[in-house]
Design a protein around this ligand. Sequence first.
Ligand SMILES: NC(=O)c1ccc[n+]([C@@H]2O[C@H](COP(=O)([O-])OP(=O)(O)OC[C@H]3O[C@@H](n4cnc5c(N)ncnc54)[C@H](O)[C@@H]3O)[C@@H](O)[C@H]2O)c1
Length: 399
Amino acid sequence: MDSHPLGIGIIGAGQIIKRHALAYRSLPDLARLVAVAEIDPKRAEEAKKRYRFQRTYTNYADLLACKDIDAVSICTPAASHAAIVIDAIRAGKHVLCEKPMATTLADADRIIAAAQDHPKSAVSCVFQLRNDPTHQRMRWMIEQGYIGKVLFAKVCVRLRKSRGYYQSAPGRGSYKSDGGGVVINQAIHQIDALLSLLGEPVAVSAVMDTFVHPIEAEDTLVGWIRFAGGAIATVECSTCAKRKEFSIDIVGEHAGMRVSGDPDSQRFDWRVDVAGSAAKRALRSAGLRRFPDPRDPKPWTVVAEKLLAAITRRDRLPPSDRGHAPLIREFLESARAGQPGPIPPQEARRSLELTMALYESARTQRVVDLPLDPCCGLYDGVDGESKTASKKEVQSVAS
Ligand SMILES: NC(=O)c1ccc[n+]([C@@H]2O[C@H](COP(=O)([O-])OP(=O)(O)OC[C@H]3O[C@@H](n4cnc5c(N)ncnc54)[C@H](O)[C@@H]3O)[C@@H](O)[C@H]2O)c1
């Protein structure tokens, strides 16, 4: 195993670069920042100065040609991910790509094929909730069987996005650049978390609309999902809410669990409600003792923040930038060990497929079965025309 810090390039220097650059810098034994590629030269220079890169490029191909760069983070708008990920894999780099990995299933499948052709490259998507201790604990509780069979779940992503947010970069909320609206851009984190908790989805139904924002795609979607294990989940997501709420509720035979909080500040609470004393005993003896919380008098509540410091093993990052660090550590460790990335392309495809199924259902006003057929209308992505057509279809169904 190579023990030198890996040379890092970052492609795209907009909002999210900060979390990547600071996470790499907090892991000096594993990584050193080398270069940034950004089509806007002024932004490239600003990023170089702020995060202390050695060099800048305006064409990412020049960065990929650098021999002293071993791994790249891709932080460009979603629709550009597939081409850049594939070029980076073919250039022999380890690749960490921001969510969503791609905006179409066709592109996701191209990435999967490229990764399979280059097994020495560690390839991963970013879904930082997977490394959040509260979400990990939910998964562990289900896997250990402590809550019994999962019956139903509720995912809630309520956001209040401003007009300024949608104007801050060209193409926000458009199919061409973002691949859709609130589901693919914001709620995909919680959808990915739900999939990691409940397994394979088999059918979905949804309705969506663009209520408030001057964007092409949906700002609100409500739907349900049936899972192969029998559980049902509801999903509601919107960027029109007055009050922020991010939560996942799970109801099982023996216990209920809820994780809620704010991904931007990396603060989540995790709660378990148990009715039977047998379930309580099992949790106490096997589960909660692993993470004792002397400051919290409520035995079934854990605040995640203090666990994060232990997981990142360094406490140098401000709370709002800690979310990416554990995942980036895992990515670098897999790259050094010659293993696949922590969230490989096949895994990242799952939330994209579920997103596309929700869009397909809302578009066609039908229940959609999964896995999606490669011949389905959305395999190559949603475009503006089909969205307009769907509105007409909905209107004709309504009249
Ligand atoms: N994981 C998270 O919590 C999280 C949060 C925010 C954004 N994101 C994701 O990160 C990605 C970027 O989002 P953002 O908010 O930083 O976007 P942004 O628009 O602020 O920044 C994107 C940058 O990429 C640059 N760019 C575009 N094409 C390029 C190319 N070919 N080569 C080099 N640079 C190029 C743009 O000029 C821009 O500076 C998106 O996929 C988004 O969904 C993830």
